[in-house]
Ligand binder design. Structure first.
Ligand code: AMP
Length: 283
């Protein structure tokens, strides 16, 4: 497995056999089974696959956890090699943003709600770094997790609007046995917070059950989620949303394909999760 910070080496390896298809799995490292599910899918569907590990400073706000973001490079590389990844791009910030760098990539509309509303500038950093990774690796397919649902909506728009020549593949959320979505940030949780962190999955499950049983008023779902989080120790709701999964606009009446999502502060740790439900019939 080639591991390099060097863009020229990545390009040379990528184009050594131009007929090969390539999968790309962008990550910020501190890998877990969720990341590895993306890597395994890329390996299964392409001749060769590249993972990237880069904690991208431009998608963090000054108040975010950039400095304390977990870094476990050696273990990450072992896990990627085990998954069958062929090369890993591990650039430094100076490689990605050398002196004089000054180009931004801004996606309109779907970036200004949910995560975008609460983390201004976050998606501008994401679209900037992902555009660079797409251009550096030029993959046939790129793999992203449903865990970051809004990111997949934003990146699909980016690929379409800027004609990136690749297929964007969205992979299901991998969860702990009690339902908590795997996340590099889960390791910040104390034992007690970890127990209460299941409130995200439990709220989403209850929302799905209410819809299954005929609930079509989106506000009732948002309120149920807010109440459930409020009654959970160490948990503070940042937002609860029932939105169209196309443009992420909030719904009044539930129908069609929807995204139920929430962000919760558990202790000092910001967690997000979502369920996508398709084909809901009017009652
Ligand atoms: P990150 O390192 O957090 O930037 O995540 C890298 C990629 O892994 C993103 O496409 C995430 O959506 C995806 N990912 C993170 N957690 C999970 C999970 N629990 N299940 C599936 N994919 C995930």
């Amino acid at each position: 497995m080639l591991v390099t910070q060097n863009i020229t080496e990545i390009r040379q390896a990528r184009w050594a056999d131009p007929a090969s298809t390539w999968g790309l799995v962008p990550t910020m490292g501190a890998l877990h089974a969720g990341h590895i599910s993306l890597a395994e899918r890329a390996v299964a569907e392409n001749d060769k696959s590249c993972a990237t590990i880069f904690v991208n400073p431009t998608q963090f706000a000054p108040t975010d956890d950039l400095d304390k973001y977990p870094r476990t490079l050696e273990r990450d590389l072992e896990m990627l090699e085990q998954a069958g990844i062929n090369m890993v791009f591990t650039p430094t910030p100076a490689v990605m943003y050398p002196d004089g760098f000054g180009t931004r990539v801004l996606v309109d509309g779907v970036t200004d709600r949910l995560e975008g509303e609460h983390r201004p500038g976050h998606f501008d950093g994401v679209t900037q770094v992902v555009s660079k990774l797409f251009n550096i690796v030029q993959p046939t397919r790129a793999y992203f997790g449903q865990k970051d649902a809004q990111q997949t909506v934003v990146l699909k728009k980016l690929v379409r609007d800027l004609n990136f020549n690749l297929d964007l593949i969205v992979c299901p959320t991998v969860r702990e046995p009690d339902g908590l979505a795997m996340s590099s940030r889960n390791r910040y949780l104390s034992a007690e917070e970890r127990q209460h962190a299941t409130v995200l999955y439990q709220s989403l499950s209850q929302a799905a059950e209410m819809i299954e049983n005929g609930e079509r008023d989106a506000e009732n779902i948002r309120q149920m989620i807010a109440d459930k989080v409020k009654s959970t120790p160490h948990a503070e709701l940042i937002y609860s949303s029932v939105a169209s999964n196309l443009d992420l606009s909030e719904l009044e009446t539930i129908s069609g394909n929807i995204l139920i999502s929430l962000a919760v502060l558990v202790g000092d740790t910001r967690l997000i999760d979502n369920f996508m439900i398709d084909g809901i019939e009017p009652m």
